[in-house]
Design a protein around this ligand. Structure first.
Ligand code: SF4
Ligand code: SF4
Length: 229
């Protein structure tokens, strides 16, 4: 899932300066699971904002709505009428959801209430760890399921740097060396030959926004262009 964390309260308050009617919009998917931007977090943030603005003698009319997903057009439609009643939108979705909301309502300022942080896993309640940087060239099949881009401090695709020391990373002693982990995992599986395969590193220069159209959905490609226009 995408993991995010709420922005510092003062930063959010500063962004909303001058707006009298603000709609806070949560998202019911990733950010709700990681306890950053779901329905409950929308209510908590609005309560804090309401109190702070009143104390400053600058009350704001705060609305609340939480969509199933902000990154999905079919759920955005439900907001069309509500949005007309507000001067600004405060989104608690990930960066993708925030941008989709801003695209749908270009006449309204849309502000982020969370910082999108990474694609990660849920280790425990409130504890999330990064596992993927969506590099588009997944090598997990050759690395025993350990991501060298995320888990190696230098994002090395083809074996360790010279700094690996007793299983630890030279960049941080608290972090196991990713390539040591890869070696151990592949050894356990009897697949150490995989470590000798050289993989071209992802084309880091090509950082334009990427699109994925799943096989079987190609016919909608033109349609997608229309939607973007
Ligand atoms: S190699 Fe790592 S960053 Fe790239 S897609 Fe696979 S898990 Fe994600
Ligand atoms: S010590 Fe290991 S994890 Fe750290 S940068 Fe070098 S190869 Fe990557």
């Amino acid at each position: 899932m995408i993991v995010a964390k709420r922005k510092p309260f003062e930063e959010i308050k500063e962004m909303l300066k001058g707006y009298k009617k603000v709609l806070t919009v949560g998202c019911g998917t990733c950010v709700a699971v990681c306890l950053a931007g779901g329905e409950k977090e929308v209510d908590v943030l609005n309560a804090e904002l309401d109190m702070a603005m009143k104390l400053e003698g600058n009350p704001v009319d705060l609305g609340a709505a939480t969509l199933e997903r902000q990154c999905d057009r079919e759920y955005l439609e439900a907001l069309d009428e509500t949005v007309k009643n507000y001067d600004a939108i405060l989104s608690m979705a990930c960066g993708a959801g925030i941008q989709f909301l801003a695209e749908r309502y270009p006449e309204k300022p849309v502000f982020p209430a969370v910082d999108t942080t990474f694609i990660g896993v849920n280790q425990d309640v409130g504890w999330y760890e990064e596992r993927c940087r969506s590099c588009s060239s997944c090598v997990l099949g050759f690395t025993g399921g350990v991501c060298p881009v995320t888990m190696c401090a230098k994002g090395l695709f083809n074996g360790p740097c010279g700094g690996t020391n007793k299983g630890k990373c030279e960049v941080s002693k608290d972090q196991p060396c990713a390539w040591q982990m890869i070696y151990e995992r592949l050894k356990k599986q009897g697949r150490l030959d995989c470590i000798l395969k050289i993989h071209p590193s992802p084309d880091w220069q090509n950082q334009t926004p990427r699109t994925v159209i799943q096989p079987g959905y190609k016919k909608t490609e033109g349609h997608a262009e229309e939607k973007k226009a």
